[in-house]
Structures are given as structure tokens and as C-alpha cells.
Design a protein around this ligand. Structure first.
Ligand code: BGC
Length: 708
């Protein structure tokens, strides 16, 4: 008899063929000589040009700012009768231009919407290290947005986590530019495949919430290009994202939404972006500088791009060609995404939920839960007869989502206590304590075979975490439980890294992030071993509050409004490796209930400067599982790069005893650097090392290649 009731092989696989809504192209779109831009056979830029020619000045101006239908940002009251959407641009009946309806959506449709699915936070989805999971996440979000009538989905957030205290860590993917790039492309493609235009947030150097409306990120160009730009570059070039949101902060003294270098030199000229840049809500600070330096659309209203822009055009401070370019940048993705051609019947009050999405939410949570410590075989819980579930997040108030524009109305939440009870065999005992009284919690823990204690952080947009400790009395609670029961497991519901002063006194640690509505079901599946944990950390967990890349006040939260990016390229694990600092749990790390062996690394030069790589992965354990093979590149010393950097990964599912060969490709850019002297990417060549393994600190296989 064990705690977890035996179940016959549960259908893992995909949660039941998640299909496209089949948003059918409107059959009857009239192609008339008056509206030649409705001809679907023409390219999006051509259609935009044809339409633009017919627009009056006022019609153009209407498109370059929101109409602020609602009075509050995240849970809007909407006196214009345009309900829900946090942004709205009126349509144009004369010319047949559809209205734009914008809604937040990082883990669910936000802005107070009901009848939606609450998925796990993006960092949880990313922890699966599986672009297919991330794509399914994007498709589900895109579909629910579309069903709510949204045609511009605000998300994903793709900034690289620079500061572990960043209040929006949960909302993005992690600390590595290559990793974020892969996840961003998968999610954007998913969202846009279901109807809405996706909006990549927040361009650029939006790496802290402290003083976010005025903060000035002082960062050198090489670091900007090599660390912070790649996810956005990929969103544009590989994800074909329709819109980008410029950020609140300044970069090198200039606000993002009027930053010529970022918006024109990089985005338009270097990356060739042909969609539009909208401002974050209230991130526009000027009319002429913003219009002339590349901001296309002010949100949520027209403080600078309404009457003031009209006057600036009349005064000759902004040319009509500049205005035209902004309108064109908005129209091109609208045409490309089919907004002129597709009927969209969904409404804000309509239902977007489905049983498929409930299952998908659970699957993403299961795939994103990282097993950090598992000693004496405490997990899975097969040997336990009784378990004590302790802590607020495990019992009375599960912490399932982060705050701010990511916040959403969960249709239901399965608590860990309920999830574990539902999985417990009859006769097994499940007791609980909410943790408000550590002595009572210790008493309950002492009476069970195993104690599972939950701890959480409160993370939200608008505020960084002042420290990396668990807030309140949670460390003391964990210590009290661990003292009462040697067989203690800690489950973390955090949005980013936390310190674990008690780690040596517990046998198990599980990072479940903010897991969404299926919290308890997903967690019980992991604890009971129905699902093998296969997630990996996309961020480093430090040992102490000062052993982090941004420990100086001038780095974060900054001094006199400036944050100095003095760590340069050494962001995340790069810094730990460079300074030989031992992390608590390294980037890329995560355990499984089975074991793997990787061997036989073969690397060869491919076409167009690429490197092709193969490595065998064997499941050496007794149950099915999945391993993430990670490839890091070490540059020749002359390139002065961080010690090694992630450049490829593959998730491999294996039956016991099975071996598969993982094939990966490293692109040429991975061997290039940004040359600050000439302001361009250069490929200097030399001898590069490829390091392959299963975390940034466990790289047993090596191969060298000399590239020109
Ligand atoms: C956030 C954005 C969000 C917008 C609208 C801003 O405060 O930074 O990410 O999309 O509000 O809610």
C-alpha cells in the first residue's frame, strides 16, 4: 500500500489533438475597384500602400494612437462601451479598416476577462525546454484571445532576466538570449497561427521594475547586441511578429519610445522590421522626437500622437511621409495577419475555455516543474503511507500566477492539498496545516511519513523583490517542519530564484513556479510519479544574496536613476562561470526519476557556416523519461566572450534502456561577436570548443572545431 493509488498508464502525449479554430477566411470579402486593397492576391505591403493613398490626414492620425476606451489599466471600466480591452483603435467604416482590440495575455487573457484558462506562468512553460510545448502554449493563448475578440495579443514578454530580483521574471523565459530566442519564436508563431497579431514586450533593456518609469540602463553596445537584442531579433526575423512594445525605461539616456538607435538603426535598418512599434502604456514622452525616431503608435491614448501630432505636422516638425510610414507599419501586419480578410465573431463576454485547454494547462505545468533535489528516494512518494501538506500555497491559498498585466481570473484552482488527496490511495492519510502557526505545522508534520511544505513569493509587475529570501516566516516554517520530520520535501511556488538556507535539512526540493489553475493535479502527478520530471532551470539559483551578477547598488536598483550594466556580457550563468562562483542550482539543471547517459559526440562543419552535431542519449534507468541535451560554445580567447554559452538544445524522450541520437545545428551567428569599433557583427574564426551535457555545470563531452 502506498500513498499514491496505482493508476493504469495515463494517456500522456498531447492533450487530445489541439486543433486550429479554423478561422475561415471570410468568403465574401468584396474586391471592388473602390477598394483594391481588399484584393487578397496582392502582397501585404502593396495592399497597405493602396489603402494609405486613400486615407485623409485625420484617418491616419486615428490609427497612430489608442482611443482609451477604458479607465483602468488591468481591470478596465469602459465608459465608451468598448468592454474589456486594455487598448482600442477605432476602425474605419469608409475604408473597411477593422478596429484594433488589444488585450494582455502572458499566461491567460487578462484585463478582467472571465471564462478563460489560466495557464502556468511563461517561466514555467519555458522550463520544459521544449519548443513544441511553448508553441502549444502560444496557440492556446492566441486562440483564447481570438475567441474574446482580441486581434492584438499583448505578449509574449521576451526580455532576458538580468537581475534575479526582477519582478517580472515569471512573465519572461529566463536568463539566456539563445534560450529566450527559441521560446519567443515558438510562442509568437503559436499566437499568430490562431488569429491575433502578437506583440513582443518590452523593447529594450526592461530589466527591472524599480523606478521603471525613469530608470536609465547604461549598457555598452556589444552587450546590448549580444545579450538583450537576440530574442527580439528572432521575434522579428524568425517569428515574424507583427508588433513590438517599446519599454518604459531609458537606454543610454534616451527613452525607449523615442530612441533613434533602438527604433530606427537597430529595429528597422539592422533587423528589417516592417511591423509597428507601440508604446507601453504611458511610455511615450514626446511628440516630435517619438514620431521622428520611430514610434508608430502611442498607447493607450493620444496625449502626444493626437492633436499635438497634428500640430507638429502642420508646423512642419513631423513630415507627412513620417506619418505615412507609421500608418503603413501598422497596416502591413494587419494585412499579413489577415485582419482585413477574416471574420472575427468572438466577444469579450464570450467563452474561451475548453476541456482541451484545461488539460493543456495541466500538461504545461507538469512539463515545467523542476525537480531540484531528491535524496534517499523520497520521490516519487511510492513508499509513503501518509503525507502532511503544509503551507498557505499548498492548502488555503495556492499561489498560481504573478501580478500586474499578467494577472487573470482563474476559472478554478486545484490546490495541492486537493490534488494530492484526489491521487491518494484509499487508506492513505493526508493531513494539512496552513503554516500560519509553525508549532502546529511541526506537530502535523511529525505525525506523517512525509511532510510536503510549500513556500511562495509574491511577484508582480511594478515592483522588484527587495531580496531573494522567501518572504515572511517561510524559512522558519520550513526549518520547523524539517526539524519535526526528516522526510521533508519543499515545493516552491516562486516566479524566479530564491535562497534556500534550509536546503541541506530537507530531502526534496521541487520548483513548481506559478503553475496556473491545474496546480494541484500537476503537482500530484509529479510527486506520485505519474509523470517523470524532465524540466530544467532557465535561470541560475544563487547560494547567497550577494553571490549574483548584479550585487552592486549601481547595477541594481541603480544610483541616481541609472543602472550600470557593468557585468557586461556576463549575465546569468555566464557570470557564475566567469567568476568561478558556485551556484546553488545551475542554469539548465533538473533531475528526473530515471537516469541518462550521453555519449558519442560528433561535430562537423555544415553549409553556410553552420555546425552540425550529433550525440547519443541513453535512458539507463527503469522508467520512461526525457532528457534535455544542451550544447554550449566556448569562443577562442581572443574573442573575449564569457566562458561558454548555450547555442543548441534538444529534448529527447526515451523508454528504459532506449538510446536515441539527438541531432542539433548551431548557426553561424553563434560563432560571431559584435564588434563595437565597427558597430557590426563579425566572424573572426579560430578554434571553438563545443561542450555538451545536461546543465551549464555538467558538460562531460567536448569537441573542438577550427572555423574560418
Ligand atoms: C505593461 C505592459 C502591458 C500594459 C497594458 C503596462 O504597464 O508594462 O506589459 O501590456 O501595461 O496593460
Amino acid at each position: 500500500m502506498s500513498l499514491c493509488v496505482l493508476i493504469s498508464a495515463r494517456a500522456e502525449g498531447q492533450p487530445g489533438g489541439f486543433t486550429s479554430p479554423g478561422s475561415k477566411a471570410e468568403a465574401g470579402a468584396k474586391i471592388s475597384i473602390e477598394r483594391p486593397w481588399m484584393n487578397k492576391a496582392l502582397s501585404a505591403p502593396r495592399r497597405a500602400d493602396l489603402l494609405l493613398k486613400m486615407m485623409t490626414l485625420d484617418e491616419k492620425l486615428t490609427m497612430v494612437h489608442g482611443a482609451a476606451p477604458c479607465l483602468e489599466v488591468w481591470t478596465p471600466r469602459c465608459p465608451l462601451g468598448i468592454e474589456g480591452y486594455v487598448g482600442y483603435v477605432p476602425g474605419n467604416a469608409r475604408l473597411g479598416i477593422p478596429a484594433l482590440r488589444l488585450a494582455d495575455g502572458r499566461a491567460a487573457v487578462g484585463n478582467g476577462a472571465h471564462d478563460i484558462t489560466l495557464f502556468p506562468a511563461p517561466i514555467a512553460a519555458a522550463s520544459g525546454w521544449d519548443v513544441d510545448i511553448m508553441n502549444a502554449f502560444g496557440r492556446a493563448l492566441g486562440r483564447e484571445q481570438w475567441m474574446k475578440g482580441t486581434n492584438v495579443a499583448l505578449g509574449p514578454t521576451i526580455d532576458v532576466m538580468r537581475v534575479p530580483n526582477w519582478g517580472r521574471t515569471f512573465e519572461s523565459y529566463g536568463e539566456d538570449p539563445y534560450f529566450n530566442r527559441k521560446m519567443a519564436v515558438a510562442e509568437i508563431r503559436g499566437i499568430q497561427s490562431e488569429g491575433p497579431i502578437a506583440d513582443a514586450n518590452m523593447y529594450l533593456t526592461m530589466n527591472q521594475e524599480s523606478a521603471r518609469f525613469v530608470e536609465d540602463s547604461r549598457v555598452d553596445e556589444r552587450t546590448l547586441q549580444e545579450i538583450y537584442l537576440p530574442p527580439f531579433a528572432a521575434a522579428v526575423r524568425e517569428g515574424h511578429v507583427g508588433t513590438l512594445m517599446c519599454a518604459y525605461v531609458k537606454t543610454n539616456g534616451v527613452y525607449s519610445c523615442e530612441n533613434q538607435y533602438l527604433l530606427m538603426d537597430v529595429l528597422r535598418n539592422q533587423l528589417g522590421f516592417d511591423g509597428w512599434v507601440m508604446s507601453d502604456w504611458g511610455a511615450t514622452h514626446s511628440t516630435v522626437a517619438s514620431a521622428n525616431h520611430g514610434l508608430d503608435q502611442e498607447m493607450p491614448a493620444g496625449e502626444f500622437f493626437g492633436d499635438k501630432l497634428k500640430k507638429a505636422i502642420a508646423d512642419g516638425d513631423v513630415s507627412i511621409e513620417v506619418l505615412d510610414s507609421h500608418v503603413r507599419n501598422i497596416l502591413v501586419p494587419m494585412f499579413r495577419q489577415g485582419l482585413f480578410d477574416k471574420a472575427q465573431t468572438g466577444t469579450w463576454k464570450g467563452n474561451a475555455r475548453s476541456a482541451e485547454h484545461d488539460l493543456l494547462s495541466r500538461r504545461i505545468a507538469e512539463q515545467g516543474t523542476v525537480l531540484l533535489k531528491n535524496e534517499e528516494g523520497i520521490l516519487p512518494l511510492s513508499a509513503a503511507l501518509s503525507v502532511a501538506v503544509i503551507g498557505k500555497s499548498g492548502t488555503v491559498a495556492p499561489k498560481v500566477e504573478g501580478g500586474g498585466s499578467s494577472g487573470a481570473n482563474a476559472p478554478y484552482v486545484v490546490s495541492p492539498l486537493d490534488g494530492i488527496r484526489a491521487r491518494a490511495a484509499s487508506g492513505a492519510s493526508v493531513t494539512s496545516a496552513d503554516g500560519s502557526d509553525p508549532a502546529e505545522a511541526a506537530r502535523v508534520a511529525a505525525g506523517a511519513d512525509v511532510a510536503v511544505v510549500f513556500a511562495e513569493t509574491e511577484e508582480t509587475e511594478g515592483a522588484d523583490r527587495p531580496g531573494l529570501e522567501l518572504p515572511g516566516n517561510q524559512d522558519a516554517l520550513i526549518e520547523a517542519v524539517a526539524a519535526a520530520n526528516k522526510r521533508t520535501i519543499v515545493v516552491l511556488n516562486t516566479g524566479g530564484p530564491v535562497l534556500m538556507p534550509w536546503v541541506d535539512r530537507v530531502l526534496g526540493v521541487v520548483e513548481a513556479w506559478y503553475p496556473g489553475q491545474e496546480d494541484g493535479n500537476a503537482l500530484a502527478a509529479i510527486l506520485c510519479g505519474d509523470v517523470d520530471p524532465s524540466a530544467k532551470l532557465p535561470v541560475t539559483f544563487p547560494r547567497t544574496a550577494t553571490a549574483i551578477p548584479t550585487s552592486l547598488k549601481e547595477q541594481w536598483p541603480g544610483v541616481d536613476g541609472r543602472s550600470i550594466y557593468s557585468e557586461g556580457l556576463n549575465v546569468g550563468y555566464r557570470w557564475y562561470d566567469k567568476t568561478e562562483t558556485q551556484p546553488l542550482f545551475p542554469f539548465g539543471f533538473g533531475l528526473s526519476y530515471t537516469s541518462f547517459r550521453i555519449s558519442r559526440l560528433v561535430a562537423a562543419k555544415g553549409a553556410a557556416g553552420r555546425v552540425m552535431l550529433k550525440v547519443d542519449v541513453k535512458n539507463t534507468g527503469k522508467r520512461a523519461g526525457a532528457e534535455v541535451v544542451q550544447v554550449y560554445v566556448a569562443h577562442p580567447a581572443a574573442n573575449e566572450e564569457p566562458p561558454h554559452q548555450l547555442r543548441a538544445f534538444a529534448k529527447v524522450e526515451l523508454q528504459p534502456g532506449e538510446t536515441k541520437t539527438a541531432a542539433m545545428t548551431i548557426d553561424r551567428q553563434s560563432f560571431s561577436i559584435f564588434d563595437a569599433a565597427t558597430h557590426q557583427w563579425v566572424h573572426r574564426g579560430g578554434t571553438y570548443e563545443l561542450l555538451v551535457g545536461t546543465s551549464s555545470r555538467d558538460l562531460p563531452l567536448k569537441s573542438s572545431l577550427t572555423l574560418r
